[in-house]
Design a protein around this ligand. Structure first.
Ligand code: CA
Length: 244
């Protein structure tokens, strides 16, 4: 029996049965409204903020399962918002909305600790798929401690150490390192990394994996003069079991 004329969506849930809350930080009000409406229709709880500082305050409450964060915002921009969250130990998954997919924007976003990026103009379905991949991944059960030489991963707390030094990684970098360390000594193809870490939600032709590997190396290897992450030209990547 039809109770009302409107179809009520099933609540989106994060894999643990909890209702998903999304924060949209976007100064273009029309776009923000359209994204919020689409996400609500897909069963999410959504809040909107129109400036970087309002977005930062909202995200810092820890109430959200994922944040769609525009890079170009008045006042604090998206990279500053994301960097500030990470500096304060907030690891909410962040999807950065970049302008025209320009490489400097993407790199700035990932450097600031964003987990993924989406270039404008994008389709709503793409945004939804990327956000789902982010919040589902962060809700997955984690293995216990993983070691490779003096590299130590503490998945339940999402912390990484090289010897005594703690390393700050984005959620994506952490997931890639977890995969490489869990299968240390094995060659992982870009396809395998994409499949495991992005759930196949991004395009293999994009250089997203290479960009993340570069930022990962800059954090876990270069400052320590080490070479744990090896490139197997034309094949993929391998982590040395001795930690480099
Ligand atoms: Ca903007």
């Amino acid at each position: 029996m039809k109770i009302s004329g409107r179809c009520v969506p099933l609540p989106a849930e994060d894999g643990t049965g909890a209702r998903v809350r999304i924060l949209v930080v976007e100064d273009e009000r029309r776009l923000a409204g359209m994204l919020a409406q689409g996400l609500r229709e897909a069963g999410h709880d959504v809040d909107i903020r129109h400036t970087g500082s309002e977005g930062l305050l909202a995200a810092a409450t820890g109430r959200y399962d994922a944040v769609a964060l525009d890079i170009m915002l008045p006042g604090l921009d998206g990279t500053q918002v994301c960097r500030t969250l990470r500096q304060h130990g907030n690891h909410v998954p962040v999807l950065m909305l970049t302008t025209r997919g320009e490489v400097p924007d993407r790199v700035a976003g990932l450097d600031a600790g964003a987990d993924d990026y989406l270039a404008k103009p994008f389709s709503f379905d793409e945004l939804l798929a990327r956000l789902r991949a982010l919040y589902r991944r962060s809700a997955l059960p984690q293995p216990s401690e993983v070691r490779a030489g003096d590299l130590l991963l503490d998945p339940p707390r999402r912390r990484v150490f090289r010897g005594e030094a703690e390393i700050d990684l984005s959620a994506r970098e952490f997931d890639i390192l977890t995969l490489l360390m869990a299968r240390a000594g094995e060659c992982l193809t870009r396809y395998q990394i994409l499949d495991e870490v992005w759930d196949g939600e991004t395009d293999l032709r994009s250089n997203v994996i290479d960009v993340h590997i570069a930022t990962l190396r800059a954090k876990v290897d270069k400052p320590f003069g080490r070479h744990a992450i090896e490139t197997l030209r034309g094949v993929g990547y391998r982590l040395r079991p001795d930690g480099g």
